[in-house]
Design a protein. Sequence first.
Lengths: 253, 375
Amino acid sequence: MSLEINDLRFRYSPKGPLVLNDIDMRLEDGEIGILLGRNGSGKTTLFKNIIGIEKPESGSMDFFEKDLLKMDRRERARLIAYVPQDIHFGELSVFDTVLAGRISYFGFRTGRKDEEAVERILLDMGLEDLAFRSVTDLSGGERQKIAIARALVQEPKLLVFDEPTGNLDIANEQLIIEEARKASREKGIGILISLHDLNQALALGDRFFFIKAGRIVKSGGRETFTEEMIKDVYGADVRIADVDGRKIVISSV
Amino acid sequence: MPRANPPGGLCGIRPGVKLSIIMSSKYLDLNRRKRTTALILLSAVMIVLVFVCLFVGSSHMTLAECFDALFKKGSASQIRIIWNIRIPRVLAAVIAGAGLSVSGLIMQTDLNNPMASPSTLGVSNAAVFGANLSIIAFAGGFLSTGNNVNSYTVGADPFATSFMAFVFSALSVALVLGLCRLRSFQPGVVVLAGIAIGAVWTAATTILQFYATDVGLSAAVIWTFGDLGRATYRTDLIMAIVVIIGIAFFSVISWRFNALLSGDAAAKSMGIPVERLRAISMLLASLITAVCVSFLGIIGFVGIICPHVMKKILGQDHRLAIPASALSGSILLLLADTLSRSIGNGSALPVGAITSLLGAPFFVAVILGRRRSSL
């Protein structure tokens, strides 16, 4: 079991409401897990707890049987990488932006090993032509790919994506989904991703977690995708059809 | 920075061609060379200005006389002018310029705010209040209290005003950072808390000045004009210690600032202790400012102009931006000081006024530039 979360509770202030309530989650090594739920249901907060930006009130989080809550920041960064929803970069070159992702390895001064790791990732992702350009000159899709490259250069065992396709056109959406799939298949990296597009989720995911008001109400494989579940989690009427052996979600509106 | 580089154009590599392992080394060599060239150029300009600043003054000494005096030849008064007046002044310009500029750069990165500067935390306002309190209530020193004309010349401790300015600057920093700790050092909160605390110091200064005598008020106002003429070897040494330690520390952790450019969430996920980094670097940047302002008075805009120009030309990579900002800060202050002594017709104009005069048009240019680019 790569990621195992038990009874996780979290609130932003001691007297505030519970934002995450008794979260239980399991993700196997190399699996693609999709977090599904409405805006404000707790998806980003759960991710922030997993990558260590927030600390839970109670519960446990183990990663390859190591306690994530007791783990040193740098050690955690070498295991779990994050691609945030809002991507910011300074005015650095693509190469240096990706190189910054190695900071948990090099600390203060970059070494040859770090530079080679960046080069490998850029070549793998076909970004070598952009290596010397400033990230400020890139398009939305390219910037998203650079953010993924920066996360991959951390050589993580789990990659957490927070709504990566939110502001992208369909071509860039497909590109990002393909990168996630490639990372999972070719590098054996576990992926945890939140998506709004249910069909995209069905096409990509191995395991699905439906979150509602800070609770995981259902988790499992494609069989969890039912019209009732979607109605319960999103409050939306949909129809689920079978097209060429693939499940398709169709809005009733 | 690499903005001007065409895709794949660097190192003569054609787009679409798979690069070998040489890619990073060529790129890195070029990057290193660019960094070295930029720093050598800036250092050369600074050294030239150091000599210009040393050789220009109201005493109308010739170049040969200045050189002689520099090697302790010539008349006693000429040697005194160079060694007791101009060298401490030039050193102050180099040290304070570097310190104020790097402080501005670090605050802008820390707070993710291009307009952040030492005044953002109310450091300068607090220093003004401390100095005003010392001058108006304690007559410029602690040996004699009261508000009478003689006290300004008799028995005034020259360090008392600087000391009071520093104490209040440090107090202001502690207050702002203490308040911000409650909110995990969120950049927006730090800026707003700094503005609020700065407003309190300004109000307190106004009240203090309202009750001051004419002489006390003019002495207090004159203090606020940044003036490199106040520098002595002792004050230069104190400033140098703080500024060198600060810049060395910031340089060592320059990659952390590069990582912080990606935003708090991404930086934390890379293993950066963002709150700790922000608190320590803000404290150190404020300390540098507090020490410089306490000894020299308010020298505005250095912390905004220099880092901005350097970032525009060389990019935001802190490995280069920190030393480049330091050198450009020294250059600006040397330039402003030389100007202030050249156009002052015998008496040096306050260097703070010159840097502000240079800063205002720059601010307008930045604002207009941003508007245009966003359209």
